[in-house]
Design a protein. Structure first.
Length: 419
């Protein structure tokens, strides 16, 4: 598009503005901001209600209605292991949120020490691959850590940069990772990236940990699903197991507000976390753990295939519409994830905020530009996160058409200003 004559661009701008004005008068109310399961997806787990039918005994005889059992009941730990591709002994099954467990881990490492001395006494710093998950940034900031952004590639974080940073700056104490269907780019970390991440504690200062948030471990569109290299196994080979902490949950497998969260790691890490948990609680909600184990144990893949049947068409609609409207124009790039919850669209530099604002005025709510970066600031102002799962199929298609129009309109205006 950049090579087009000014008269051609002007004509195109007039045409797009005409279409945009009509849309603005149509009272649309569409929303692609919510990384939540749709009501259809939630309904896939309605059988959780009542599944225990009065039988509250866990496999080891534990009465799940009572206090205790900080690591979770055996079958819930086995479920976490099934989801994360681990052994049940490596997993703690906890409450309803893995994000809470991430807070616990960073708080423990910072103030008490996870497997070694506490980080406090210096300003600790987190490496945050961008684009990334805004709640990781909020959590990190709330605990008083500084953040350094590192770019994502199609294979995961830019490891040359990560390795150079951890080797040169002793204040760097952790790296955030969403290794499969990354939030929001949708990429899967390559085997080489995983192996290099596993070796990081050997290069970094004492107490460095990898925060491996595998929130989308089984959220595939294709079956058999693509593999993810086993981080803990790589770390075992590298002698760095104590520096790896893994997370997952059933939030987007069963009920997003009433699932089970998991944290996994080395024996020393689990001992330490259990100790910290014992200060905060007498035990997790084991009744919900048992419900989940009975409902999902051994049939996670079947459940995820049912999710995929509802989610995949929304991603395919985005791909079809963006390719049809913007393909070949060189005004945007976007990801084509084969799982997870998000698509990332990159506009020309300095246009993401304008596109989000144009779309908002036309009745399409998008995640604020910058949300994918620490401090809510995308220095290039070009990344937009799309979250299509919650909206109805028709709404996803309609919202994407409008997004494409807004991207082209903002781009034509910029190109004309520059020509
Ligand atoms: N991690 C990532 C990468 C996520 O995208 C989300 C949900 N948006 C979470 C964690 C939240 O997980 P939970 O519900 O288990 O706290």
């Amino acid at each position: 598009m950049a090579g087009r004559a000014d008269a051609e661009l002007e004509a195109r701008e007039r045409e797009l503005e005409g279409r945009y004005r009509v849309l603005c008068g149509s009272n649309l109310n569409l929303d692609l901001t919510r990384g939540k399961p749709s009501a259809d997806q939630l309904a896939l787990s309605d059988a959780l209600d009542g599944i225990l039918a009065g039988d509250y005994a866990a496999a080891d005889g534990t009465d799940t209605r009572n206090y205790g059992g900080l690591r979770g009941i055996p079958e819930a730990r086995a479920l976490g292991a099934e989801i994360l591709g681990l052994h049940p002994d490596q997993v703690i099954a906890a409450g309803n949120s893995s994000l809470t467990l991430m807070y616990l881990v960073v708080d423990t490492a910072l103030h008490y020490g996870l497997n070694g001395a506490a980080w406090s006494g210096e300003t600790a710093r987190a490496l945050c691959p961008v684009p990334g998950y805004d709640r990781h940034f909020t959590l990190t900031e709330a605990l008083g850590l500084d953040m350094t952004a590192v770019p994502m590639t199609e294979r995961g974080p830019d490891m040359d940069r990560v390795e150079a940073l951890v080797a040169s700056d002793p204040a760097i104490k952790c790296l955030w990772c969403v290794p499969k269907y990354s939030n929001p780019s949708g990429c899967i970390y390559s085997p080489d990236t995983v192996r290099r991440i596993a070796r990081l504690p050997a290069r970094a200062s004492d107490g460095f940990i990898v925060l491996w948030d595998n929130a989308y471990a089984v959220h595939d569109f294709d079956f058999p699903p693509p593999p993810l290299e086993d981080l803990l196994e790589c770390a075992r080979e590298a002698g760095t197991e104590d520096g790896m902490v893994l997370f997952g949950s059933t939030s987007k497998i069963s009920f997003a507000g009433a699932g089970v969260g998991f944290v996994a790691g080395s024996p020393a890490t689990l001992d330490r976390l259990e100790q910290r948990m014992s200060v905060m609680t007498v035990g997790p909600d084991k009744v919900n753990q048992l419900r989940h184990a009975r409902f999902l144990g051994g049939r996670v893949r079947e459940q995820m295939q049912a999710h995929a049947a509802r989610v995949r068409p929304k991603f395919e609609a985005i791909e079809r519409i963006l390719s049809g409207s913007l393909g070949g124009l060189d005004v945007a790039t976007w990801t084509r994830p084969r799982g997870g919850y998000f698509v990332t669209v990159d506009t020309l530099p300095n246009l993401a905020s304008e596109v989000v604002s144009l779309a908002g005025d036309a009745g399409v709510k998008l995640t604020p530009a910058g949300a994918t970066h620490p401090g809510g600031h995308d220095p290039e102002d070009r990344t937009i996160r799309l979250a299509p799962t919650f909206a109805a199929d028709d709404d996803v298609a309609a919202a994407t058409e409008i997004l494409a129009l807004c991207i082209e309109l903002a781009s034509v205006r910029t190109l004309r200003r520059g020509s």
